[in-house]
Design a protein around this ligand. Structure first.
Ligand code: NAG
Ligand code: NAG
Ligand code: NAG
Length: 296
């Protein structure tokens, strides 16, 4: 899955600003691979497994046959979205001269720029007061629909092979998204409550007490980074924090060792640190150096 989604294979394009991915209409890959990715997404829902998928909500809208809007474009490409919003909000009379747009879209194509018409003869139609909404609609439709239609159709077919039917229609797009990539309803006390200990550790072991004291005082960003370090994703499963089941075990090494995460088992090796400062320092060092799975 990681390999398939990696933008270096050209099936998906990574958008720096939003850190999201979208289908790449310039792909050379076999279209069947998109079917496979659709199946995997469907399986993720079917098996209540969360996968690290950095798609915008637009993907889930499309899976539910809803139409993406300018808001979806803003999520994927914030800068383009902002510009289009400015165009819609512009109140002066000189809109045509100020924006100097026609019904085209400019795309990078392996280093070359390509000007594509959004409507027939789009180059000759200037964007003005009366047609600017049409232009924005055409732009959104191009990005989310026409430019990726065959790829998305394959993805859609794969997804619905596993996860189709009436039940799906009960979902809102963002609920469906939460099913696949987990949610962000962080309940850290729940995490502590459901944590299990091994070896010499138990809930009131001095190191464990220090650990939770340090952990609860970390800023949200760091806590999320810890989740990423521990589980490979900074989201939590749809069944909530308690289904994560963190396990902490002591290690034989001394205090100069770093904590280690065994991602597949949500297992944390925590050396028997005796001071709060050491524990905090080592924990932050470990999570800061974790690469995790990140498309960046
Ligand atoms: C339409 O806009 C594109 C992109 O900004 C520009 O390259 C092209 O010259 C414009 N066409 C006309 C006829 O003004
Ligand atoms: C805007 O452009 C369209 C197409 O070129 C034209 O039909 C329309 O009259 C123009 N509207 C204004 C207000 O200039
Ligand atoms: C996507 O584009 C096709 C072809 O241009 C069009 O027929 C269809 O209505 C569009 N779909 C949506 C959801 O807008």
């Amino acid at each position: 899955m990681k390999e398939l989604l990696d933008p270096k294979y050209g099936m998906f394009r990574y958008y720096e600003e939003s850190r999201l991915i979208w289908f790449s209409n310039k792909t050379f890959e076999d279209i069947d691979l998109f079917n496979l990715i659709g199946i995997i997404c469907g399986l993720a829902i079917y098996n209540l497994t969360i996968v690290e998928l950095n798609f915008p909500v637009a993907l889930y809208k499309k899976l539910l046959k809803r139409k993406p809007t300018l808001d979806d474009l803003k999520e994927l490409m914030p800068d383009v979205g902002r510009s289009l919003q400015q165009l819609l909000d512009y109140t002066e009379d000189d809109l045509e001269e100020a924006f100097c747009l026609n019904f085209t879209i400019t795309e990078e194509n392996y280093g070359a720029t390509e000007v594509l018409e959004l409507v027939p003869n789009g180059e000759d139609i200037n964007v003005n007061q009366s047609n600017r909404q049409d232009f924005v609609n055409a732009y959104v439709d191009y990005v989310f629909n026409t430019s990726v239609a065959p790829l998305f159709e394959c993805f859609y077919a794969g997804f619905h092979k596993v996860c189709g039917g009436k039940v799906l229609e009960l979902f809102q797009p963002n609920e469906l998204q939460a099913m696949v990539i987990g949610n962000t309803n962080y309940d850290w006390t729940e995490l502590e409550k459901s944590t299990e200990y091994k070896g010499e550790y138990w809930a009131d072991h001095p190191t464990i007490r220090l650990f939770w004291e340090v952990f609860h005082n970390l800023p949200l960003e760091k806590k999320k980074q810890f989740l990423l370090f521990l589980t490979g994703s900074d989201r939590i499963p749809i069944l909530g924090m308690k289904s994560l089941k963190l396990v902490i075990q002591p290690t034989g090494g001394g205090e100069h060792y770093l904590p280690v995460a065994h991602t597949c088992f949500n297992l944390l090796d925590l050396p028997k640190y005796r001071s709060l400062e050491t524990l905090r320092e080592k924990l932050l060092q470990a999570i800061d150096h974790n690469q995790g799975f990140n498309l960046a």
